[in-house]
Design a protein around this ligand. Structure first.
Ligand SMILES: *Cc1c(COP(=O)(O)O)cnc(C)c1O
Length: 424
C-alpha cells in the first residue's frame, strides 16, 4: 500500500471507488481545457446529465398534450409532485406521506411556523442558534412580531461556546433547560452553513419535546449530505432546499417534512391553498378546505412542473447510490482532506469544522491564517486555478467534497494549489 497521503494513494482510491461512475452522470464545468475542481456542492450542486431530458420531457408533453398533460400517463402533472415522494423520503428518513416538494425553503419555513409556532403568553419563545443563516433569523423574528410578541423577549439565541465558534450539545441542552417552560419552538440547523458543524438532531428533538416544545429543523446543508432519520427523531417539521447537495438547479423547488402524528390534525392552523385540499374532492371546487392527509396538505399551489423535473433526475442518482454508501465515501473524502490540510498546510489553514465524524458532513470550513487580505488572495488564486470553494467573511474558505462527483485526487489538487501559492 502506498503512503496514505500520497497522490498515488488517492488515485488508487479513485480507481477502486464503488461510486466512481456517478461522476459521469454530472456536467463538470470546464477550466483551461480541462475540468474544474468543484467543491461548491454546498452552494449549488452540479447539473445531473438527466436533468435536461427530464425538463425536455415536460416541454414535449406541454407541446403535444397541452391541458391533457395534467391527466395523461405516468408523469401526469396532477400527481407529478408524488413522483419524488418515495426517493425523497428515503433521503431524509421519512415516510413518503411525511415529505412534499413545494415552494422554496424560506416560504416553507414560514408555512411550517404558521402551524407549529403557536405562542402563548406563558410559552412564547423560539430558541435558535446565534449566527443562523439570515433567512431563518428574519423568518423567526417576523413570526414573533406577527403574533404580537417582542423578539427582544421571545427570541433566544444560543451562543457558540467552543473555541472555533461551534456549539456543544451541552450548551444546547442547558439553554433548552433554562428556557424550558417558556419554549414554544426549537428551530435548529442540521449542519451549520458557516462552520460545517453537524448537530445531534436526535438529542435536540428529545430535549425540546421533553419540555413540551415543538421542534423544527432547517436541513439546507444536511439533506443529501448526511443520512437523516426524521421520522424516528420525531421532529415536528423540517424544511430544506434542493439546489445544494440535491443538485436540482438554481432556485429549485424545495422540500418539507411534517411528522405523521400531525397528519390528521385538522385543528392545526395553516395557510391553506387548493393544492393542499384532499385530491378526491379538490375538483369539486367547494368552498370548505379539507386538508389532504400528510405533508401534501401544506401545499398551496399546483407545483411548477418544470421546476420539479430536475429533482426527479437528481433523486434517481441518490436511489442508485444510497445515502449509506454516499456517507461512507463522504467520510473518507473529508477525512483525507482534513489529514492533508493538517499535514501539509498547518501554517496556512485552520479547521473551523469539528474533527469528529459525527459532528460534520462533507464540508470543511477552513480559516486562512493571517487575516482577510491573505485569505482573499488565496481564494482568488484558487479560483483562477479552477479550484472552486466559496468564501465566507471575514476569512473562511468552505471546501465541500461531495461523494457523488468529487474524487480523492481532487483533494490533492486543492492542497497542491494552496501550497504552490504559499511558495513552499
Ligand atoms: C441555503 C439556505 C437557505 C436559503 O433559503 P432559500 O429560501 O432557498 O433562498 C436558507 N437557510 C439556510 C440555513 C440555508 O443554508
Amino acid at each position: 500500500m502506498s503512503e496514505p497521503l500520497s497522490r498515488a494513494h488517492a488515485l488508487a482510491l479513485d480507481a477502486n471507488d464503488p461510486l466512481r461512475d456517478l461522476r459521469n452522470e454530472f456536467l463538470i464545468p470546464r477550466h483551461a481545457g480541462g475540468e474544474q475542481t468543484y467543491f461548491v456542492g454546498n452552494s449549488l450542486g452540479l447539473q445531473p446529465r438527466g436533468a435536461q431530458a427530464a425538463v425536455q420531457e415536460v416541454m414535449t408533453q406541454w407541446a403535444d398534450l397541452a391541458v391533457e398533460g395534467h391527466f395523461t400517463g405516468p408523469t401526469q402533472w396532477l400527481r407529478y409532485h408524488r413522483l419524488v415522494s418515495e426517493p425523497l423520503a428515503r433521503v431524509v428518513g421519512a415516510l413518503p406521506s411525511e415529505v412534499v416538494a413545494m415552494n422554496t425553503l424560506s416560504v416553507n419555513l414560514h408555512l411550517m411556523m404558521v402551524s407549529f409556532y403557536r405562542p402563548t403568553t406563558q410559552r412564547p419563545v423560539i430558541l435558535m442558534e446565534a449566527g443562523a443563516f439570515p433567512t431563518d433569523r428574519h423568518a423567526v423574528e417576523a413570526q414573533i412580531r406577527f403574533h404580537g410578541f417582542d423578539p427582544a423577549d421571545c427570541l433566544v439565541e444560543v451562543q457558540p461556546d467552543e473555541a472555533t465558534g461551534t456549539i456543544s450539545t451541552a450548551a444546547i441542552e442547558q439553554a433548552i433547560a433554562v428556557h424550558g417552560a417558556r419554549l414554544a419552538l426549537v428551530l435548529w440547523p442540521g449542519v451549520q452553513y458557516r462552520t460545517g458543524q453537524a448537530f445531534d438532531l436526535h438529542a435536540i428533538a428529545a430535549l425540546a419535546r421533553a419540555q413540551g416544545a415543538n421542534v423544527g429543523f432547517d436541513l439546507a446543508h444536511s439533506v443529501g449530505n448526511l443520512p437523516l432519520q426524521l421520522h424516528d427523531i420525531g421532529a415536528d417539521f423540517a424544511v430544506w432546499c434542493h439546489y445544494k447537495y440535491l443538485n436540482s438547479g438554481p432556485g429549485a423547488v424545495a422540500g418539507a417534512f411534517v411528522h405523521e402524528r400531525h397528519h390528521r390534525d385538522t385543528t392545526l392552523p395553516r395557510f391553506a391553498g387548493w393544492w393542499g385540499h384532499e385530491e378526491a374532492t379538490r375538483f369539486q371546487m367547494a368552498p370548505q378546505f379539507i386538508p389532504a392527509a400528510g405533508a401534501e396538505g401544506w401545499q398551496l399551489s399546483n407545483p411548477p412542473i418544470l421546476g420539479l423535473a430536475p429533482l426527479r433526475a437528481s433523486l434517481d442518482l441518490f436511489e442508485r447510490a444510497g445515502m449509506g454508501a454516499l456517507r461512507t465515501k463522504s467520510l473518507a473524502l473529508t477525512g483525507l482532506l482534513d489529514a492533508l490540510v493538517q499535514a501539509r498546510l498547518p501554517h496556512v489553514l485552520e479547521r473551523v469544522t469539528p474533527a469528529e465524524d459525527e459532528r460534520r458532513g462533507c464540508q470543511l470550513s477552513l480559516r486562512v491564517i493571517g487575516g482577510r487580505e491573505r485569505g482573499r488572495a488565496l481564494f482568488e488564486h484558487l479560483h483562477a486555478a479552477g479550484v472552486l470553494g466559496d468564501w465566507r467573511e471575514p476569512d473562511v474558505i468552505r471546501i465541500s467534497p461531495t461523494p457523488l462527483y468529487n474524487r480523492y485526487q481532487d483533494l490533492h489538487h486543492f492542497v497542491d494549489e494552496v501550497q504552490a501559492w504559499t511558495g513552499l
